[in-house]
Design a protein around this ligand. Structure first.
Ligand code: ADP
Ligand code: MG
Length: 304
């Protein structure tokens, strides 16, 4: 099969023999960059589409191709978009040696779209895990924090802010059960610059921190807020968006009321107070309640 690369195509899968998409008429590209064969769409986000693909130069190794869809008007804006994409991708390439972030294989422009090719992670995202295995225990949440906080520390040290942390954007690698952050980097950094022109928000409702919602400005803490909101979702099975819709950020006051099982007091002893502080106003505000002193200046991304 050949997958149509028109991001709006409703039925993108076509027989190999077709030259044009039978659904939308777009010319089909059997190999992107003469190398990557697109197999099927994996998802559609605010700024583009994500596809499963295989690398024909590497014995058909699976990879993920992200297509950036932008609507820059005029050739100057167009050039700006491409330049930004390339520059940010270059910056991120260095960082993407982190084993808990998919590696970057290639980035390029073709057929009027920008593409980013990254390592395929075998596994499932945490929303799927929640749906399959039920709510996370406090022990499981603690393990999640132990695994992920160093990754946040590493990305923030490099002044990269993910801006869209939520269970769907955290994958558990099948091979070793480690957690991997996906769906960030180039498009988010890029969108920040371009979309500030268009006034578009980056982030997901319910998980995005108040400052990110209000002004579009995200800080490292905003990621930790979203991580806190994700932990809440994973512990309770309740999407914070549903609470936010009814009560705005007022829901944070009573987040504990939604827990099916009280959190073991030892949990708070293990979460560093600073992490508590930054992991949203809720999960961690209770660390304060339990007698921890917060240091607003230090950022310690660790649990003991
Ligand atoms: N590197 C990857 N390895 C395996 N699956 C991935 C990878 N990146 C994304 N996916 C899958 O594709 C889905 C959509 O990709 P994502 O990067 O989150 O883009 P978006 O949310 O913008 O559509 C993810 O939820 C995940 O299931
Ligand atoms: Mg995503």
């Amino acid at each position: 099969m050949v997958c149509c690369l028109n991001p709006d195509c409703q039925k993108p899968l076509n027989q190999d023999t077709h030259k044009y998409c039978q659904s939308c008429g777009t010319e089909l590209i059997p190999l992107l960059r003469n190398r990557f064969r697109i197999i099927k769409p994996l998802g559609r986000g605010g700024f583009g589409k994500t596809y499963l693909a295989e690398d024909t130069d590497k014995l058909k190794e699976p990879c993920v191709v992200k297509q950036l869809v932008y609507q820059a008007q005029g050739s100057h804006a167009n050039k700006l978009v491409v330049d930004l994409f390339m520059r940010e991708a270059e910056q991120l390439q260095k960082f993407w040696a982190n084993p808990q972030v998919p590696s970057l294989f290639a980035y390029f422009e073709e057929g009027g779209y920008l593409y980013l090719v990254q390592q395929y992670i075998e596994g499932q995202d945490l929303l799927q895990e929640l749906e399959q295995h039920g709510c996370f225990s406090d022990t499981k949440i603690l393990a999640l924090l132990q695994d992920l906080l160093p990754v946040f520390s590493a990305i923030h040290e490099r002044h990269i802010i993910h801006r869209d942390i939520k269970p769907e954007n955290i994958m558990r690698r099948e091979q070793d059960s480690r957690l991997i952050l996906i769906d960030f980097g180039v498009s988010k950094q890029l969108s920040n610059s371009i979309l500030s022109m268009a006034g578009t928000m980056v982030g997901s409702l319910g998980y995005a921190a108040p400052e990110q919602m209000e002004s579009g400005i995200a800080q490292p803490n905003s990621d930790l807020y979203s991580l806190g909101a994700s932990c809440f979702h994973l512990m309770t099975g309740i999407n914070p968006w549903s609470l936010w819709r009814k009560q705005g950020y007022g829901w944070l006051e009573q987040w504990r009321a939604h827990l099916q099982q009280p959190i073991c007091p030892l949990f708070w002893g293990k979460v560093s107070c600073d992490v508590g502080n930054h992991l949203g106003n809720f999960i961690v505000s209770h660390a304060v309640g339990d007698g921890f002193v917060l240091d607003h200046n230090a950022v310690i991304y660790s649990v003991v």
